[in-house]
Design a protein around this ligand. Structure first.
Ligand code: F6P
Length: 545
């Protein structure tokens, strides 16, 4: 299929978009809105309670038509079917990509290598449900007979960012009698600070690692085991009551000393950054309870179905993905800012960074050639309104074009006086100011001295999306995450890259394993790195305690 698709920049739609860009690049959003009084209603899409207003983008109907044609010429529809159908679209790892199966109904039939994976997925979900009920009710006791009050997830990357983000996002729904902590960094401070006020007898560790070989996670897990055993009398039996594992690697879990009966399985066709709705969500189900976890999965599934079946012109992930291509490749935008006006989503941009950048930060096309166009942009962001008082200056008046995704909700989970109206007034105002700005005549008319006029002009014409929903619930969170997952997929299809491998993280890991003994050795060793690395190793050895 891939070989029949012309190279991206040779596709007809691409060439047409290049010409179209020349026509549209100087048109201001003010004029687009002026010319179409219904633009704010027309350029919108909605599914299952999630509303996308993309009217404040630098597009016309013709732009959309050409972007959709590009999707068509890139085989997007076929590739969507290939992903959902369990084809091995992660070609560099020869794996299917089936995070969508994790939230599919029990009765689904999803075949991987001749086997229906749905029953296995639901068996693990049932096991997670049972375990979380036992821990939450106090039936599952620690080694000394105390109930578990603290849950510490040890993991990194996809085995951390999803769980942390979900815990923060859904804290409102969590059991406030329990404490949830997340240890990811190999910097010992992370573990020490996360556990310093915890009673080991009341603490459950979830060691989350797809591979169960990740250096950071295994180092932290080892320290957790030492911390626990030194307090509970060095009895290995304590480990069975205080450690569970989430992994695809049963032999390594057993080797660590965790009873594989207390292992929650997932599969190699779930990428780490797409795994928060697998058993990697064990801390989430413990925090928010099985019903809320199921609602989260239902939300994911609804967005999956929308993505799989909706015509591309009304398809939220397709629209968002294509807009990202439009700005990255034609406007040369280097980043996308994600700005949730919801405090509970404070870790959402960090979560998105792995999802988007580990997926689409690739310079090699599926056929092994080097791409000649930009791929994944840099995603970043902070919750509003905080960002308004730090980096928004650059978005409004800087020299770079930064498309923004605003996320907002009609109802607060913590209604407090006028707070929510103020919050919403701000998000709407920011999108309006970015789009329409304020020209020199308006600034002068306000009595601004001539010499200050240029400083106080807002050019506007800065694009943004607004994602709008009623309230942050587990279900809506699932929809928003799935929306971004599929938007990333759309981008990867257009760019003809493998969005599901991550070879770029390997070299640093290998070099760290080489450097580690050079730092730890007590004897002199001949260093054979570059002069900078050699010098820094020697400096560290001299100065460390
Ligand atoms: O180093 C990158 C990575 O492989 C991510 O893709 C993954 O989410 C993370 O490390 C953690 O891997 P694991 O779950 O196997 O410990």
């Amino acid at each position: 299929m891939t070989s029949r698709i012309p190279y991206l920049t040779e596709r007809r739609a691409w060439k047409a978009l290049e010409n179209h860009y020349q026509e549209i690049r100087d048109i201001h959003l003010r004029d687009l809105f002026h010319d179409d009084p219904k633009r704010g209603e027309n350029f919108t899409a909605e599914t299952a309670g999630l509303y996308l207003d993309y009217s404040k983008n630098r597009i016309t109907n013709e732009t959309l038509r050409l972007l959709l044609q590009l999707a068509d010429e890139s085989g997007l529809r076929q590739k969507i079917n290939a992903m959902f159908g369990g084809e091995k679209i992660n070609t560099t790892e020869d794996r299917a990509v089936l995070h969508t199966a994790l939230r599919a109904p029990k009765e689904s039939s999803i075949i991987v290598d001749g086997e229906n994976v749905a029953p296995g997925i639901h068996a693990v979900l049932d096991k997670m449900t049972d375990f979380s009920k036992r821990v939450r009710s106090g039936e599952w006791k620690g080694y000394t007979g105390k109930r578990i009050k603290n849950v510490v997830n040890i993991g990194i990357g996809g085995s951390d960012l999803g769980p942390v983000m979900a815990y923060e996002a859904l804290k409102y729904y969590s059991d406030r009698e329990m404490r949830f902590r997340f240890v990811s960094n190999v910097d010992g401070t992370d573990f020490v600070e996360a556990t310093r006020d915890l009673d080991p007898a009341e603490t459950l560790f979830i060691v989350s690692s797809k591979t169960f070989t990740t250096l950071e996670t295994m180092t932290n897990a080892q320290s957790a085991r030492d911390w626990l055993m030194s307090s509970l009398g060095d009895d290995i039996k304590a480990v069975a009551r205080h450690f569970v594992a989430v992994s695809t690697n049963a032999p390594k879990v057993a080797e660590f000393g965790i009873d594989t009966a207390n292992m929650f399985e997932f599969w190699d066709w779930v990428g780490g950054r797409y795994s928060m709705d697998s058993a990697i969500g064990l801390s989430t189900i413990l925090a928010i309870d099985p019903d809320n976890f199921q609602a989260l999965l239902d939300g994911f599934h609804q967005m999956d179905e929308h993505f799989r079946t909706a015509p591309l012109e009304n398809n939220l992930p397709a629209i968002m993905g294509l807009l990202t291509v439009w700005y990255s490749n034609f406007f040369n935008a280097e980043t996308v800012a994600v700005l949730p006006y919801e405090q509970y989503l404070k870790r959402f941009p960090a979560y998105l960074q792995q999802l988007t950048m580990e997926s689409n930060g690739k310079h090699t096309a599926l056929d092994g050639t080097q791409v000649t166009y930009q791929t994944g942009p840099i995603y970043w962001g902070e919750p509003g309104t905080n960002g308004q008082h730090s980096f928004y200056q650059l978005i409004h008046q800087g020299t770079r074009l930064i498309p923004c995704d605003f996320i907002a909700f009609s109802q607060s989970l913590n209604a407090l006086g006028r707070h929510h109206d103020i919050l919403l007034a701000n998000v709407l105002a920011q999108a309006e100011a970015l789009a329409f700005g304020k020209d020199a005549d308006q600034v002068r008319a306000e009595g601004t001295p001539d010499e200050l006029v240029p400083h106080r002009v807002f050019e506007g014409n800065r694009p943004s999306n607004i994602l709008f929903a009623k309230q942050l619930t587990p279900e809506i969170l699932g929809k928003i995450i799935a929306l971004y997952e599929h938007s990333v997929f759309v981008q990867g299809v257009i760019w003809n890259i493998d969005s599901f491998d991550q070879w770029g993280v390997e070299l640093g890991k290998v070099l760290a394993q080489k450097i580690l003994p050079e730092l730890e050795t007590k004897t002199d060793v001949k260093l054979e790195h570059d002069s900078s690395t050699n010098n820094l190793i020697n400096r560290y050895r001299r100065l460390r305690r």
